[in-house]
Design a protein. Sequence first.
Lengths: 110, 110, 141, 141
Amino acid sequence: MNLNSEIITGNVVIHVKEERLDAHNSAELKLEFQKLFASGSQNLLVDLKEVRFIDSSGLGALVSGFKNATTSHGSLRLASLQPQVKSMFELTRLHRVFEIYQTVAEALEK
Amino acid sequence: MNLNSEIITGNVVIHVKEERLDAHNSAELKLEFQKLFASGSQNLLVDLKEVRFIDSSGLGALVSGFKNATTSHGSLRLASLQPQVKSMFELTRLHRVFEIYQTVAEALEK
Amino acid sequence: MEKRGIELDIKVPNQTRYLSLIGRIGEDIAREIDRYSGDRETLAYQINLVLTEAMSNAIKYGNPDNREETVHILINISDNELFIRIYDYGQGFDINEIPTPDFDALEDRGRGIFLIKALMDSVQYRKQADGNMLEMIKQLH
Amino acid sequence: MEKRGIELDIKVPNQTRYLSLIGRIGEDIAREIDRYSGDRETLAYQINLVLTEAMSNAIKYGNPDNREETVHILINISDNELFIRIYDYGQGFDINEIPTPDFDALEDRGRGIFLIKALMDSVQYRKQADGNMLEMIKQLH
Ligand SMILES: Nc1ncnc2c1ncn2[C@@H]1O[C@H](COP(=O)(O)OP(=O)(O)O)[C@@H](O)[C@H]1O
Ligand SMILES: Nc1ncnc2c1ncn2[C@@H]1O[C@H](COP(=O)(O)OP(=O)(O)O)[C@@H](O)[C@H]1O
């Protein structure tokens, strides 16, 4: 799984450098979230700009990270969803769970 | 076949707006060349910038146009070949037949 | 096979790394369907998705003793319908017993069959002489 | 089929509009081959091209009385080889009799078989019980 992370104003911004988030790579993403929260990170912002495709296990990895965040009294937010990816969140009602921002910059302003 | 044509400094510049030049659309391109020379055009410049794929019949259409040009004492030149397309000209030695330019602008300077 | 239809019979190793290949082939086919009046890119995504979900399940549940090393997928387009059939060799399940996910319970899993049912017009899962078959149909108008 | 291989058995209407679909599927497969050490994009183009050339010929020459409405294509990848087989129902031809094109004579046509031979490691054309088969093999190292 190709990821770049950077810390900006107290947020760990994770840029997902994959075209697809699916059953092939979502377990790895899930583990990444676990590691980050376990090592003390609080506020994660996942940049999905390059993700053109997400399946149920990709959604599941994000939900898993969201639950880790809650347990750690932190947050996991999302930015830059492509329209088709966004529609998967809507179909599964997960757009009501996640804070979703148009861009990373917009998320960092909040 | 999607084509845009414009006349610039005595050249008819034909922008091929197709990703593929293959047996499905090359007959139409061939016909287009015939029509242009028949209606008095002299110097054609074919812009292949958007063509990602060419097969033997696409090459054949260009050769056919080149022969029309010779018969009409005109020219048919090529510009903006993508690397893979270029390699098809090399494999068939047609790069020795056509004048090939990096860009339309460069071709128009000559 | 229907007259003038498209038919693909695909076997790939039962590994998740081939999900993207199958999904992309599904997209290619969706983009080629000339009778479709809806948004072509949305259809492409949907076909990619249902193939990915169905193949994931065939890999996860469909091959308990590693009896088969491949996943078998049939894609068929006739005049007005897109058929996808995916075979597995597991113990099977009753697809009608799979509930709609509880949207308030935050589960990591359990959204695959829901998505398939949401995006296809007909979904059936049946025992076969040898194994099981998930059949998904989409009307193309 | 070879163990852990990829196998596609494709039937599409014998119309040139489907050339791009077949070519794109070939590209998708080429991009997925993990054992290939050469340039993946070059391989993708080459597979796209040989599929396009072979299918064009099957449409042009392979169906004289419109007996078959489909073109039948088999793509098979085993450990080290990519196989492509395309079937036709025409009178056939002797592929070894097709000369290298005369590079100085500017012909509109006659470069298809040349390109196929140039890009593949083995090319054979054989009579079958019913029709003919063009078989193209590429070693993947
Ligand atoms: N091919 C299959 N064979 C056996 N059981 C299956 C198959 N596909 C799905 N299931 C069952 O249906 C349930 C729901 O599947 P799905 O919605 O894809 O969610 P998930 O796989 O994430 O649990 C699975 O947990 C599994 O029990
Ligand atoms: N499937 C086929 N059945 C019969 N003849 C064929 C077939 N494929 C190729 N040929 C013969 O081989 C010749 C060379 O083919 P090719 O190099 O593709 O050039 P082109 O089709 O442009 O003439 C064709 O002109 C045709 O006579």
